[in-house]
Design a protein around this ligand. Structure first.
Ligand SMILES: Nc1ncnc2c1ncn2[C@@H]1O[C@H](COP(=O)(O)OP(=O)(O)OP(=O)(O)O)[C@@H](O)[C@H]1O
Ligand SMILES: [Mg+2]
Length: 158
């Protein structure tokens, strides 16, 4: 993997703060944006996605934890896909699902467990790595790969 164009680190002291960060990102997302979420079980990937979806104008009742399906479509201010690669074995299996055709549909993509299949990411994407820092704190390492994602990161976290 090439070096990130831009990196920011911060600590979220609570689930509420992580949600608020997600809402702000969701307000900035445009069709075609790709955000990969990385982190252990319970790190807060889905929690952050719920905020992003809310910020993008998706009704919160729509947001699932994509345990059984690989991809969920949401309709908000812009259309989103929320995907989880946890149960996929490799790139071949992902490819067979048609996943690689999805970005062409002009939706923004939120992809949990991107580290399972890094080839799922397009050339320009944002990667958010969440880590446990105690009971209610999580560190977020946000890496932008490419010009659009660097601009998105600047607008999101300054
Ligand atoms: N600062 C924080 N930010 C986000 N979530 C937090 C924070 N502190 C505690 N939590 C809690 O951690 C849990 C995160 O769960 P979540 O389902 O988002 O994890 P996940 O990374 O999607 O895990 P999985 O890989 O199992 O899907 C939630 O119960 C949330 O309330
Ligand atoms: Mg999850």
């Amino acid at each position: 993997m090439s070096e990130p164009t831009r990196t920011r680190r911060l600590v979220s002291p609570s689930p509420e703060e992580t949600h608020r960060l997600g809402v702000k990102l969701g307000q900035l997302l445009e069709p075609g944006d790709f955000v990969g979420l990385v982190g252990d079980l319970g790190a807060g990937k889905t929690h952050l996605v719920r905020g992003v979806a809310e910020g993008a104008g998706v009704a919160s009742s729509e947001v699932a934890s994509p345990t059984f399906a690989i991809v969920y479509p949401y309709d908000g201010r812009i259309p989103l896909y929320h995907a989880d690669l946890y149960r996929l074995a490799d790139y071949e299996e992902l490819y067979a699902t048609g996943f690689m055709d999805l970005p062409g549909e002009g939706r923004a993509m939120l992809v949990e467990w991107l580290d399972r299949i890094p080839q799922a990411a397009p050339r320009d994407f944002l990667r958010v790595t969440l880590r446990h820092e105690g009971e209610d704190a999580r560190s977020l390492e946000v890496e932008a790969f490419g010009a659009r994602s660097a601009a998105l990161l600047d607008a999101w976290l300054g």
